[in-house]
Design a protein around this ligand. Structure first.
Ligand code: GDP
Ligand code: ZN
Length: 462
């Protein structure tokens, strides 16, 4: 247990039907007893998992502050594994703030961002993967992103990581047995066996890394730029895509709202359209803001939708843009096909040659033709056929991915060391390194600094 009692307003700012002040820690119930009068149930503070109706009053003036429902969840069966009290009051700024003030005056400390969840982690209720998934659930902008996060909360990835840790520990035990009995020759069989096991773990890690890129896109969204010369139909396309697919987005602290304006749900993938300001204006990005700005937004993008004009064909502005987007992934869109009397084969041929790895889709933004085809093409490109597995086991967090890459490096070193007949001590160091890298994922071995950094990203009251 961590000692002090923390408190915070756990509902978002603004007006709501109810608001919740949450307390967690050894004093949570005692503090509540000093400011709460139950309407009927005098024995309320001995309850567990019941909502009790009554009033919060000021212990000094005895004036009633609000009518509330109080919920008590006793340790260890609570979110934090500590005594937790949730005071459900009316959802206005004043009742919430007054109640929070009362509990702070009575000795609770204002919780830091994410501190409730941090306690849940430190008290062993959740591992680090699960704790991180909670923020992913809160911020999910598509159903699929949410399914992925819920899968991680229920422990799918955690189980995989724990299994890898176990295997690494077994290998360590095997190696240490050999180091501890130096008079006996190193057992050839054991080394071959160790190598096999190491390769098996490497295989598993590689499998997890295989779809990590897709997982990341579900979690973080794909930063996308719609680009093209003036009047090709960028705004029209954006509007068509938004019409049915506008994703629900929450404000994420630290992101600039003017850069990322819209999130479109394309087959479960959150497409973050950057530079919508440029798209939306009548004057276009290239002309008005200039090449430099365009260059920057292209650089910041993971994915480009480049729009061409079926009637105008390709001109120098197109060629300028093509040079800029060349290194990126993207899709070519031939817009305004409704204006064509018939297909223009030479334009099609030209389009095939430029940006050859990008698929080409003919559309009419005006008549909303082939929009689904375009969406399907985007999904195919982004996921390369990888969908979120039913068990939700997919690495989506870059932190996890980086740790897996580190572990894999250590294991590669182990394998090489065995092949080169290096000493067991050296091999043990890298096995240990792999274990540490993996253990930082679920938090079994992690520095306080990293933990603080992860939870600082949460909102207060969570
Ligand atoms: P932007 O400058 O690239 O954003 O282009 P806009 O979306 O503002 O479109 C420029 C003009 O082209 C507008 O008059 C649109 O109505 C028209 N337009 C856009 N898409 C199509 C299309 O598919 N077919 C036709 N016929 N006109 C289109
Ligand atoms: Zn426009």
């Amino acid at each position: 247990m961590i000692g002090d009692t923390i408190a915070a307003i756990s509902t978002p700012p603004g007006e709501g039907a109810i608001g919740i002040v949450r307390l967690s820690g050894p004093e949570a119930i005692v503090i509540t007893e000093k400011i709460f009068r139950a309407a009927k149930n005098k024995d309320w503070s001995r309850q567990n998992f019941k909502l009790v109706y009554g009033y919060i009053y000021s212990p000094e003036t005895k004036n009633v502050i609000d009518e509330v429902l109080v919920g008590i969840m006793r340790a260890p069966y609570s979110y934090t594994k500590e005594d937790v009290v949730e005071i459900n009051c009316h959802g206005g700024a004043l009742p919430l703030r007054k109640i929070l003030e009362l509990v702070l005056n009575l000795g609770a400390r204002l919780a830091e961002p994410g501190e409730f969840t941090k306690r849940a982690f430190l008290n062993g209720r959740l591992d680090l993967i699960q704790a991180e998934s909670i923020i992913d659930i809160i911020r999910a902008s598509t159903d699929d992103a949410m399914r992925l996060a819920v899968g991680q909360l229920s422990g799918g990835l955690s189980d995989k990581i724990t299994a890898i840790q176990q295997q690494l520990l077994q290998i360590t035990a095997l190696i240490e047995a050999n180091i501890d009995f130096p008079e006996e020759d190193v057992d050839e069989y054991n080394l071959t066996d160790i190598k096999l096991q190491v390769e098996q773990i490497m295989q598993e890690i590689k499998k997890l890394l295989e779809n990590a890129e897709t997982g990341k896109i579900y979690r973080e969204g794909l930063r996308t730029v719609i680009i093209g010369k003036p009047n090709v139909g960028k705004s029209s396309l954006l509007n068509v895509l938004l019409k049915e697919n506008r994703a629900i987005v929450t404000d994420i602290p630290g992101t600039t709202r003017d850069l990322i304006e819209e999130v479109i749900n394309i087959g479960g993938i959150p497409l973050k359209i950057i530079d919508t300001a440029g798209i939306r204006e009548t004057e276009d990005v290239i002309e008005k803001i200039g090449v430099q700005k365009t260059r920057e937004s292209i650089k910041a993008a993971d994915f480009i939708i480049m729009v061409f004009d079926a009637l105008d064909g390709i001109n120098e502005i197109d060629n300028e843009i093509i040079k800029l987007v060349q290194p990126k992934k993207g899709v070519k869109v031939l817009n305004k096909i409704d204006l064509q009397e018939q297909e223009n084969p030479s334009l099609k041929e030209q389009l095939k040659i430029i940006l050859p790895d990008w698929p080409l889709v003919d559309i009419s933004a005006l008549e909303e033709r082939n929009i689904e085809k375009l969406e399907q093409e985007i999904v195919n490109m982004v996921t390369r056929g990888q969908v979120i597995p039913g068990d939700g086991i997919m690495v989506s967090n870059v932190r996890h991915k980086n740790q897996l890459v580190k572990a894999l490096q250590h294991l590669t070193d182990v394998r090489d060391a065995i092949e080169q007949g290096m000493s067991l001590d050296l091999i043990a160091v890298d096995i240990r390194g792999a274990w540490e890298a993996v253990s930082e994922i679920n938090g079994t071995a992690v520095t306080e600094h990293i933990v603080d950094k992860i939870f600082a990203d949460f909102c207060i009251g969570k």
